[in-house]
Design a protein around this ligand. Sequence first.
Ligand code: SF4
Length: 405
Amino acid sequence: MVFVGHWHSRPVTISVKPNCLTVSVDDPQEAMVFSYDYAGRMWTALIDRISYRRGLDGKIIAKWQTTARERERRWLPPSEAAWVEQQAHQTAETLYHAILAGSATLGEPLPPAGHLVFERVIAFDAERSRQDVAQYHRVYKPVGILPPDQYMAVVLQATEGCSFNSCTFCTFYRDRPFRIKRPAEFRAHAQAVRDFLGPGLSLRRTLFLGDANALVTPMPLLLQIFDQVHAVYDVNSLGGVYAFLDGFSGERKTVADYQALAAKGLKRVYIGMESGNEALLRFLNKPSMSAEVVHTVKAMKAGGVAVGVIVLLGAGGHEYATQHVADTIRVLNEMPFDADDIVYFSELIADEAMEYTQAAYQAQLRPLTSLERIAQGEDIEAGLQFEEGQGIPHISRYDIREFVY
Ligand code: SF4
């Protein structure tokens, strides 16, 4: 339901959607737009052409386009994040009070759901936000990374950490030993996540089994984990279950295993293949080789589970580039993709904390610039061929710097 009106001679638009509230205040210069979940948390904001997104951990990322139309981003320090949240809170509060007082006029009166969500947004003040973030940290270990199409998932940490933790370009789980939760512990976690999200659950679109390699869990235990997910959540209405898995562990599961998991709601599995080139995979200390990934993808597809395959752009610098492109095209073309699948191109963003950076320096690799990495993705995409009549997978960028949960 959309409500259009005026406030201090400025046009306002209030959108009461089934999953969130959006408030837009036009200004002679620029519109301000804020959205909130049904628990009252600020979700997104647009102020002075800069878009902001708040994670459930209270951190806020700012994104904008440069004059050269390049995408830029930065994580706000706490004081700036608090300022954005305050703008979102204050706008909703003053607008709502103006509506109640009659100094803001709407074409139609707000329905009860609109009043309810405004009241929740107003109750979600700075102190409530601090408590919410503290609760988030009681419920979750840090959520390292998600595929971009899963940023709005409900993350459930069935496992913690990564069972390999060996890839030289990855620092997400270095501080966390791998472990699999027992069903009772997992169920308590799933309930705690549900209670934490509260009415904000309505904004969430899917369920994501974390952390990095949750599906490595042996089948009897994994099926129990899925049963616990069903016991706490309406899996179908939330759009099913998604997870990461490495190609090496994925190969150990059979088509029948994937069928059983699909029957329990598993929709898509994301595999960080990184490259089709074996020498580069060894250099990256990646546990799985490309043939294992192809085998795993075929088993998943045969079992009725979609895949998301991630390719690392710029890995191995100029020295590996030609073979990285050629072998990645060859291996991707062996996979039976259809329209349910995704191929992600993720730029390698090296930093000093990575073993990769040291190894690349010692091997005297010349890194690719960001434009060269993007061009590498375009070269790979240009070589892909898909089976006629099967549909084409979605091909997309995966920028880990923009990850927010
Ligand atoms: S398997 Fe994935 S999560 Fe684990 S270390 Fe490698 S890239 Fe990181």
